[in-house]
Ligand binder design. Structure first.
Ligand code: HPA
Length: 269
């Protein structure tokens, strides 16, 4: 399977085995600049990795250290709206697993359903609601990787969440907490959908992350996830939603995200 091939390439080219994987969402590439002595591998050298089709996703892995911890930082991910190639969602996470990663930190750009948590803010994901219409583990199960029916209780590791909140406090950085609801995209939501999602208990909405969380929990990785809020969700503000606006506001949040992850890793994972 391609994740084994890609995992072997990562393990061979990494200056030392990565312990933490970090997946960067749209417009959040600046985090990769924090990798010291980076070895950069383009996705086309990693079997089964998705070739980037969306602006704001570089399509490369940076291997090195952040805050003294060996990391693999993935700049670019596959999305369901790109055509439903779920293998391209599974392979990078499983390759990290195969390369020896223990903890996965997922990041994304998301819309906020909480009026007080606006563009530029960070939200730590406490749980998710998967309304994307797919489950990335549908299909035959490889029992060598993980169980047929994995539990998603505490999918977002409570200890990692506490450590991220502690890192945010050290930096005086406001870090909200919330439930992330995943849609498939590529359309943004209607105002009626956002009203419905609020009654369901969602605090943020986006088009990624839950799939990687599911694959990661299946193979036993600990998961933490942070949303960079790029907009108030549809119907909550006057500003029209667009991908350009997502990228602009993600870049606003990426400085804070970099500082947060650096502090979190420095404190020891
Ligand atoms: N909806 C879905 N995905 C998003 C949004 C949004 O409002 N903002 C950034 N990604």
């Amino acid at each position: 399977m391609s994740h084994q091939g890609a995992g072997a390439v990562l393990a061979e080219l990494a200056p030392e085995p990565p312990r933490v994987g970090i997946v960067l969402g749209s417009g959040l590439g600046a985090v990769a600049d924090a990798v010291e002595d980076a070895v950069v591998i383009p996705y086309d050298e990693l079997p089964g990795f998705p070739l980037p089709s969306v602006a704001g996703h570089a399509g490369q892995v940076a291997l090195g250290r952040i805050g003294g911890v060996p990391v693999a930082v993935l700049q670019g991910r596959a999305h369901v709206y790109e055509g439903g190639d779920l293998e391209a969602v599974r392979t990078p996470v499983r390759a990290l697993c195969a390369a020896g990663v223990e903890t996965l930190v997922l990041t994304n750009a998301a819309g906020s359903l909480v009026p007080d948590v606006g563009p530029g803010r960070l939200m730590l994901i406490s749980d998710h609601i998967n309304l994307s219409g797919v489950n990335v583990l549908a299909g035959p199960n490889d029992d060598a990787l993980g169980p047929r029916f994995p539990s998603l209780r505490d999918a977002y590791d409570p200890a990692l969440r506490a450590e991220l909140h502690a890192a945010a406090r050290d930096l005086d950085l406001p870090l909200a907490d919330g439930v992330y609801l995943a849609v498939s995209g590529p359309t943004f939501e209607t105002p009626a959908e956002i009203r419905a999602f609020r009654t369901l208990g969602a605090d943020a909405v986006g088009m990624s992350t839950v799939h990687e969380t599911i694959v990661a929990r299946h193979c036993g990785l600990r998961v933490a996830a942070v949303s960079a809020i790029t907009n108030l969700a549809e119907g909550m503000s006057e500003e029209p939603l667009s991908h350009d606006q997502t990228l602009r506001d993600a870049e606003r949040a990426s400085g804070d995200l970099t500082r947060l992850l650096l502090r979190f890793l420095e404190k020891g994972v």
